[in-house]
Write a protein that binds this ligand. Structure first.
Ligand SMILES: *[C@@H]1O[C@H](CO)[C@@H](O)[C@H](O)[C@H]1NC(C)=O
Ligand SMILES: *[C@@H]1O[C@H](CO)[C@@H](O)[C@H](O)[C@H]1NC(C)=O
Ligand SMILES: *[C@@H]1O[C@H](CO)[C@@H](O)[C@H](O)[C@H]1NC(C)=O
Ligand SMILES: *[C@@H]1O[C@H](CO)[C@@H](O)[C@H](O)[C@H]1NC(C)=O
Length: 192
């Protein structure tokens, strides 16, 4: 896409210092929303995509889809940090040596794994922006998608170990928020 076609438009709630939405973001999100799995009962919507990207003002400056995915990864990392912080808080109040403590400890390890994986995906995007572009470079769409797909394993492990008692209500909500952002990243990266 030509840079000249990317026009900044005011967000509907615009006012001094409010977040902006560009045509590029809207179009990328529209395309991304068509990349859901056809059987997904809770598909990623264009509206969710736009309102999420709007949370980080760097998305306005993204020059290409790789740049937008980079921002989406940053937002996801932020949500993982929140989720992991709440797990650690819960762990702090859990008796040492119990199964619950053991399960929460593994959730911390697995959330940390998701961040390590996302750092590798970031490197692929930076490589793309470095412009080497050879057939063997990691910035190709298939490599980026394969990187994001690596998130499945730690996320499934977390899901199996999250406590389901009501005092831990926050943890499943955090987990859902992380899951929605993973889906957003995946759909967006699928449009590259
Ligand atoms: C969205 O998809 C259309 C049709 O495939 C394509 O022409 C356009 O460049 C895409 N826009 C973005 C921002 O990727
Ligand atoms: C983005 O927001 C941060 C604070 O949240 C601000 O420091 C920075 O200047 C903003 N950047 C742009 C390009 O608006
Ligand atoms: C839990 O108990 C082990 C020894 O069984 C000890 O090494 C560890 O520091 C304890 N952890 C906490 C958080 O108290
Ligand atoms: C611990 O995790 C296992 C699955 O790995 C699960 O079956 C079990 O119910 C969990 N126990 C607690 C107390 O969270």
């Amino acid at each position: 896409m030509l840079l000249s076609t990317i026009l900044a438009v005011e967000a509907s709630d615009s006012g001094g210092g409010n977040p902006k939405v560009t045509n590029f973001m809207v179009e990328a999100c529209k395309n991304a929303s068509k990349k859901n799995q056809y059987y997904d009962p809770d598909p990623m919507t264009q509206e969710f995509c736009v309102s999420t990207l709007k949370l980080d003002n760097r998305s306005v400056e993204a020059k290409d889809l790789h740049g937008l995915v980079l921002v989406a990864i940053e937002i996801l990392k932020g949500q993982v940090a929140v989720a992991n912080g709440n797990v650690k808080q819960m762990l702090h109040n859990t008796k040492n040596g119990t199964v619950a403590m053991f399960n929460l400890s593994f959730c911390v390890v697995d959330y940390d794994r998701t961040v390590s994986i996302l750092n590798i995906c970031d490197t692929m995007i930076n490589e793309y922006h470095g412009g080497t572009g050879g057939a063997n470079d990691g910035s190709r769409s298939s490599a980026l998608l394969a990187c994001l797909r690596k998130l499945d394993e730690p996320l499934i492990d977390i899901w199996l170990r999250l406590p389901d008692n009501s005092d831990a209500e926050k943890l499943p909500n955090d987990y859902d928020a992380v899951g929605k952002l993973v889906k957003l990243n995946f759909c967006l990266a699928s449009t590259i």
